[in-house]
Design a protein around this ligand. Structure first.
Ligand SMILES: Cc1cc2nc3c(=O)[nH]c(=O)nc-3n(C[C@H](O)[C@H](O)[C@H](O)COP(=O)(O)O)c2cc1C
Length: 401
C-alpha cells in the first residue's frame, strides 16, 4: 500500500497484511491486519515512528523510497514487539545516522529481542520532548498496553497521538481513516475484538491512559494496527465503556458435550434464561472463534461453564478456555458450572473453579447431573435460571464506575 498523508509533513508508511489469518498463533484475524509505521518531517529533523512486521518490510522500504526519504534522524520505538520493531535493524543499515529513540525499558527489550547494540539508542523520560524543528514530539510512558515498556508519542503542534497497539484493530484496508459509514461498524467490532483479546487484562492501566488522552485532546489517534482514527470520541467512548465496571444483562455459556447430556442442559438453560428476559449466548467450544467469545466477555454479566466430566476433571477444551478467561480477567460478575458425569462430577466443578482463580466473580451453586438430565434436573436448572436472572439484573443495573 502506498504512503498516505495524514497531515502536512506526517505520513503513514506502513504495510497491509491482507491475508494473515492468525496472530501470535492465538488470535484469529477475520479482517487481516496492517502494521502502521509513520514518518514525521520537521523543518530540521525527520522521525520514523515504529516500523513493520519484517515479513512485510519491503512495503515500508518502498514507501520511504516513494517519499524520497534520504535521511532519518530518529526511529521512535513505542513498543518492542517484533511486528513494530522488527525492521529497526534494516532501517539502521539503510540510515546509519539514525538514533533509536525510546524509554529505558524498551531499550533493554529491543537489545534482548533484536540484538541491537547499546550505542544506537537515545533514551527519553516520561513527558520529554524532542524537537524536529517546526514540529515537536513528546513521549508518554504508557506501561501495560500491552507490555511493560509501551509508550505513546505525540506530535504536539499537529495533535496526532501515536498510540502503538493501544486503540488499534486488526483490519487490512486501503482506507486510511475511519470516515465512511460502512466502515464504522467494522472498525467498532474489530477494535472491540482487539481490546478483548489483547487489552482487557490491563483494564485498570487503560483507565489512566484514557485520562492522559483526555488531557491531551488529540485530533487524530494513530495506532499501529488498523485504521487511523479521526473520530476520536467514537473509539474513546467505546473504550471508556469497556474499561468501566458496568456489565450488560448478558450470560454466555461456553460448552462441550460428548454424548449430548450437557448439551441438553445448555439448550434448556439458554431457553429458560431467555424466557426471563436475559440475553444469552451458548458457544460450542469445538467450533467457536474464541475472539467472538472474548468480545462477549468484555461486558457480559455472567458466564456458565458447561462441561462433562472426563478423566476425573472437566473436559480439556473447557479447561483450555477457562485458562484463557483467567488470563483475560474479564469484569464478569457471576459464574457457575453445569454439566454431566458418570460417577463423580464434583471434580469437574473444582477443576474449573481452580483454573479461574483470577476471576473476581460471585460463584453460584452449580448443577451437575448424573448421565442425561431428568425431570428433577430440569427443575434444578429452572431454579438456577431464576437465581442467575435475579443476580444479572442486579449487577447490570449497577453503575459501578
Ligand atoms: C473419555 C471419557 C472419560 C470419562 N471420565 C469420567 C470420569 O472421570 N468421571 C466421571 O464421573 N465420568 C466420566 N465419564 C463419563 C461422562 O462424564 C458421562 O458419560 C457424561 O454423561 C457425559 O456427558 P456428555 O453427554 O455431555 O458428554 C467419562 C466419559 C468419557 C467418554
Amino acid at each position: 500500500m502506498a504512503a498516505k498523508k495524514i497531515k502536512e509533513g506526517i505520513y503513514w508508511v506502513g504495510a497491509v497484511d491482507w491475508d494473515r489469518t492468525i496472530f501470535d498463533e492465538l488470535v484469529t484475524l477475520p479482517e487481516g491486519t496492517s502494521y502502521n509505521a509513520y514518518i514525521v518531517f520537521g523543518s530540521g529533523k525527520t522521525a520514523l515512528i515504529d516500523t513493520v512486521e519484517p515479513l512485510k518490510g519491503e512495503e515500508l522500504l518502498r514507501n520511504l523510497k516513494e517519499l524520497k526519504v534520504n535521511r532519518i534522524d530518529y526511529i521512535v520505538s513505542n513498543h518492542s514487539e517484533q511486528d513494530h520493531s522488527g525492521m529497526i535493524p534494516e532501517i539502521l543499515k539503510l540510515y546509519p545516522e539514525a538514533k533509536v529513540v525510546t524509554n529505558k525499558k524498551c531499550k533493554q527489550m529491543l537489545i534482548d529481542l533484536l540484538d541491537l547494540p547499546e550505542n544506537v539508542f537515545q533514551v527519553i523520560e516520561d513527558g520529554e520532548t524532542l524537537s524536529l524543528g517546526d514540529k515537536t514530539l513528546q513521549f508518554f510512558l504508557a506501561p501495560w498496553v500491552h507490555w511493560p515498556e509501551t509508550m505513546f508519542t505525540y506530535a504536539v503542534e499537529d495533535k496526532v497521538l501515536f498510540t502503538c497497539d493501544f486503540l488499534g484493530s486488526h483490519i487490512a484496508t486501503s482506507e486510511l481513516f475511519d470516515t465512511s459509514d460502512e466502515n464504522r461498524a467494522k472498525v467498532y467490532l474489530e477494535t472491540k475484538r482487539y481490546y478483548a483479546e489483547i487489552m482487557m487484562p490491563f483494564r485498570n492501566f487503560i483507565k489512566k491512559h484514557l485520562a492522559l488522552i483526555d488531557k491531551l485532546q488529540p485530533e487524530i489517534l494513530a495506532p499501529s494496527h488498523g485504521v487511523v482514527i479521526k473520530e476520536t470520541e467514537f473509539i474513546l467512548n467505546a473504550y471508556r465503556r469497556w474499561v468501566s465496571d458496568e456489565v450488560k444483562p448478558l450470560v454466555i455459556i461456553p460448552f462441550i458435550s460428548m454424548h449430548e447430556s450437557t448439551r441438553r442442559m445448555v439448550d434448556f438453560l439458554t431457553s429458560e434464561l431467555s424466557k426471563r428476559g436475559i440475553a444469552v449466548r451458548p458457544y460450542n467450544l469445538t467450533s467457536v472463534d474464541i475472539g467472538n467469545v472474548a468480545m462477549d466477555l468484555v461486558d457480559a454479566a455472567g458466564v456458565v461453564f458447561a462441561s462433562p466430566t472426563v478423566l476425573a476433571g472437566a473436559h480439556p477444551a473447557i479447561i483450555s478456555f477457562a485458562y484463557l478467561v483467567n488470563c483475560l480477567r474479564p469484569k464478569t460478575k457471576l459464574a457457575t458450572v453445569i454439566g454431566s458425569y458418570g460417577w463423580n462430577g464434583v471434580v469437574t466443578v473444582k477443576h474449573i473453579q481452580e483454573t479461574l482463580r483470577n476471576l473476581k466473580a460471585e460463584w453460584i451453586e452449580p448443577v451437575m447431573v448424573k448421565g442425561l438430565p431428568k425431570e428433577e434436573d430440569y427443575t434444578r436448572l429452572e431454579e438456577l435460571a431464576d437465581k442467575i436472572a435475579e443476580k444479572v439484573r442486579e449487577y447490570a443495573s449497577l453503575k459501578l464506575s
